[in-house]
Write a protein of this length. Structure first.
Length: 594
């Protein structure tokens, strides 16, 4: 559905306002500053992130030192056992005694198991006794690798706790693999070393330090193993981080928090340390919030627009509205000179206000002069119409004197018809005199006056008429009022002459003025006819049937109105009708000028 005209106009009105345009221009001007601010903040954030990642990498390497030392000692110890075991394999009791002595040493008490695993995956030479490990597929794989390895066991077969198992191949003099030297380090001991004093450096939520091998298997963690997974990066597998180079990066942990991760190789190609540091303990962000960084330049830009808008409102827009309201009120007809308060406005607007006041004073002065001229013109027109009416009445009085002196009925009839026409003209000028010279004439009042005047002049004491009038409020120009009144006078005179009725009934006369469907003014004059009164059909010639003057006058007056007269005789009524289009006063004045 297309938008209606009202909302579209309101939208266009808002777009065309000075305040909106100023905001757009200020927005365009300030946009480079906002972009520059965004670029600088991004650059600062990248630099801060880089510094943080470097710092976290250093902290991780520092935190990894005890763990690296512990693991390196474990690898060295199991390597020493692997070298000594071939010479002790012939004497199992001596071998177990040596292993007991090894675990009894102060620096080795941390280990929970030491022993030898032969190729059949049987534990030999262990203070904890012999055991069958044939179900351990990982031991078989480690033996086939023929190189030192480490394995994390969440539940050791001997200790029953989480342990880090160091494995080292044992060779004979010919280099054949005899089995594996095994040394177990409890996970709790490694965890304690890794935790140290930095466990809660980030606040209530501890950092996480964990070791993993090249396949991405977690070996140790400073947190309980069941909580370790939540500290891993979301989209980067641990095996992809085992690239042999120390590095750090920012990302999200599986727990959902933003973190900085650092990867430090411990044993080349086989053991790596991963540190998880919360972003909140770094300077990687300007403020501790999850709001995107683009919001801050946008807010600065919007704040600048608001300040610009307030400045424009205070310095320009409110003064322009004052001027606009004064001009609109003056245009709507309020002729009181406004008291424009523009003392605080810029000098340019003050000069505009002074110019507006001078323009209003000039318009008021010109209007006063025009009103005076119009008043004088109306007085002159009224005087002219008054004098013409008096002169016409004087002529009618002279004609009346001639009627009284006339001897023949024909002469009296001609003079009476002439007198009626003169009195009609006098009635018209009386209406013009009683109305303003610059307004239209009300046709209903004019026709009512003419009918009253004709009825008085053509009174029928012995044969009273039943008169019915109906006049609509239609306005006419003087150019139409004169021929209309004369035409109605002729028609009424004719109707009064021939109006008749059956014996015992009163003759009827109906005069009406109405608008038809096409907004034309329609005049109808109807008089009744007695059924036996079939003298010649009523003729429009009301004064002298032989001359046809009445009919000629009717045609002439109808031509001035731009219409023609229609008559109808039904045997009981005689009707005269005509219709014309009323003209506006402005059209008549335009024709008068041209």
């Amino acid at each position: 559905m297309m938008p209606t005209g009202g909302p579209v106009r309101r939208r266009l009105s808002i777009l065309s306002r000075l305040g909106f345009r100023l905001m757009v221009m200020f927005g365009i001007v300030l946009m480079p500053l906002a972009v520059l601010s965004y670029v600088q903040i991004r650059q600062y954030q990248r630099e801060a992130t880089a510094r943080t990642e470097v710092a976290v990498l250093g902290q991780t390497m520092q935190a990894a030192t005890p763990t690296v030392e512990r693991i390196m000692r474990g690898q060295g110890a199991v390597a020493g056992l692997a070298v000594a075991l071939p010479g002790m394999m012939t004497d199992p009791a001596n071998c177990r005694s040596v292993m007991e002595g090894f675990l009894a040493q102060e620096e080795n008490r941390v280990y929970s198991f030491a022993g030898f695993i032969d190729r059949d995956l049987q534990v030999r030479c262990s203070p904890q006794g012999d055991r069958d490990m044939s179900f351990r597929q990982d031991l078989k794989e480690a033996m086939e690798l023929d190189k030192p390895t480490m394995r994390l066991r969440t539940r050791g077969a001997i200790s029953g706790t989480s342990v880090l198992v160091f494995l080292h191949p044992v060779h004979d003099a010919a280099g054949t693999v005899l089995g594996l030297a095994a040394l177990s380090l409890p996970h709790q001991a490694v965890q304690y070393d890794m935790l140290g004093e930095r466990a809660f450096s980030g606040g209530a939520e501890p950092n996480a330090l964990m070791t993993f091998d090249a396949e991405g298997e977690i070996l140790t963690s400073s947190l309980p193993l069941e909580d370790t997974r939540s500290m891993l990066p979301v989209s980067v597998p641990l095996s992809d981080l085992a690239d042999g180079q120390p590095h750090s990066f920012s990302g999200s942990a599986m727990s959902g928090r933003q973190s900085v991760f650092a990867v430090v190789p411990i044993a080349e190609g086989s053991l790596f340390l991963l540190g998880n540091w919360p972003v909140t303990v770094t300077d990687a962000t300007i403020v501790e919030t999850s709001i995107p960084i683009v919001v801050f330049p946008a807010l600065m830009w919007l704040a600048s627009l608001l300040v610009a808008q307030l400045a424009a409102e205070h310095q320009v827009l409110r003064h322009i509205r004052t001027l606009r309201d004064s001009i609109v009120a003056f245009a709507d007809g309020d002729r009181r000179l406004p008291d424009l308060d523009l003392e605080s406005a810029p000098s340019e607007l003050r000069r505009v206000g002074i110019a507006v006041e001078r323009m209003m004073e000039s318009v008021l002065h010109d209007e006063a002069e025009l009103e005076d001229m119009v008043h004088q013109k109306e007085v002159l027109l009224r005087e002219v119409h008054h004098r013409v009416k008096n002169n016409l009445q004087l002529i009618a009085s002279i004609i009346n004197m001639q009627i009284r002196k006339a001897r023949s009925p024909e002469s009296k009839g001609l003079l009476r018809g002439l007198q009626d026409r003169v009195m009609s003209l006098a009635t018209i000028h009386r209406e013009l005199y009683q109305t303003s010279g610059l307004t239209d004439i009300r046709a209903d009042e004019l026709l009512q006056s003419i009918v009253t005047q004709i009825m008085k002049m053509a009174g029928r004491p012995g044969d009273p008429l039943k008169l019915t009038t109906s006049f609509a409020d239609i306005r006419l120009t003087p150019d139409q009022a004169v021929p209309l009144s004369l035409l109605v006078t002729e028609a009424l005179t004719n109707a009064l002459k021939y109006a008749s009725a059956a014996p015992g009934e009163r003759p009827e006369l109906r005069v009406s003025l109405r608008r038809d469907a096409e907004s034309q003014a329609e005049v109808e004059i109807v008089n009744s006819i007695a059924p036996e009164d079939q003298r010649a059909s009523p003729s429009p010639d009301s004064a002298a049937e032989s001359t046809g003057l009445g009919e000629a006058l009717l045609s002439a007056f109808a031509g001035q109105l731009g219409t023609r007269v229609e008559v109808e005789n039904t045997g009981q009524e005689f009707a005269l009708r005509f219709a014309f289009m009323p003209n506006a006063l402005a059209d008549a004045e335009e024709r008068a000028v041209t």
